[in-house]
Design a protein around this ligand. Sequence first.
Ligand code: AMP
Ligand code: MG
Length: 419
Amino acid sequence: MADHQTADRGCDTTGVELIPYEQALDHLLEHATPLAQSESLVLTECLGRILAQDLTSSINVPPTDNSAMDGYAIRTADMVENGKTTVKVSQRIAAGETGSELEAGTAARIFTGAPVPAGADAVIMQEHVEDDGATLSFDVALKAGENIRKSGEDITRGQVVVKKGSRLRAQELGLAASIGESHLSVKRRLRVGIFFTGDELVEPGKPLGPGKIYDSNRYTINGLLKTLDCEIIDLGLVGDTLQETKAAIRKAVEKADLVITSGGVSVGEEDHVRIALEQLGELHMWRLNIKPGKPLAFGVVKNTAFIGLPGNPVSAFATFCLFVSPFIKQQQGSSEVRVEAFEVEAAFDWPRPDRRREFIRARLGRDQKQQMIAEIYHHQGSGVLMSTSWADGFVVIPENTSIQSGDRVQFISFRDMLS
Ligand code: AMP
Ligand code: MG
């Protein structure tokens, strides 16, 4: 690993140097290799996948000039200036049909989406005409092209409509269908192995014995991975012994592209993830200059990346959003890995500066002038999971900084981090 020397690095209470957020993320992303394999999937299976190749249209959309409304296709050359125009209705064209060339002095009854016949250059709304069954008269002035949707006005032949590396949403599926593609070439799903350490943990649904707590990280991480369209290999709970931890790591790295765990990455006697990793592969143990989420273990075991998150539920959630999510996006082949923060007004005071950069759980709102503001959850403890459910994202408090209500602060939304 490169040396982590920087000027803005802090130290923890034991004098151990703490790595700044960007630096840790840069190092992590150096190890996130994009998946090479892709597969062709039917459109309805593509939601959430990453597009493996640029999607180029082989047709114009719409394929022909067509009517934007129910009315009459006319030739503007037939129009009488400042008077009433009267023409013969010579044909009827519904959507899905084709008409014939419009001769001078005639009009075609036409419906929304029907191809405009050759010779016609405008469509007049049916509400603006009188039609006696044989002739049509109107006295509104029309410009050439009016109420006609031009061929290729949405998409032209040869145009790239979705770029490689895009995550496919419903809009992109519709777009692909509109150019006639039934299948798309997408990256294969990332396989993520997960397990959770802690002898105190009990699965929900079971009675809680003395000294125990419910395992929440498994469900948070599971949901986060599903949000990012990963395939999950869930090994469940693992006891706080070196032997069990090593066995779980060996099993997880067998089939996974990435392994995520929670707990056991501090330096306590019950923290075995770090030692297990050291013995099985390569370990970079980071003490991050962020709050929450100081310890983060990053390793490689048999070519599989491993990220050990802290056990505190808010720390696990935050470090997933800040580190694991970009790592996964890069492995998936996404072109949008890093998330931009945006500026909002603080509707809170944060009087006590911390040496670490803080990611506090915040919710967006509007003040009386309709300016975007951020409020923060009243309890920012790293075990207070209510804050993550209440919030829309993190307000980022720079190192050694206090905030007064009305200050401008940076906000990163959960939605941006997880899409
Ligand atoms: P650790 O990182 O293992 O020292 O755990 C830190 C704190 O997080 C302890 O209070 C643990 O009980 C708690 N914790 C660890 N894993 C989980 C989990 N899966 N669900 C809920 N809390 C957890
Ligand atoms: Mg533990």
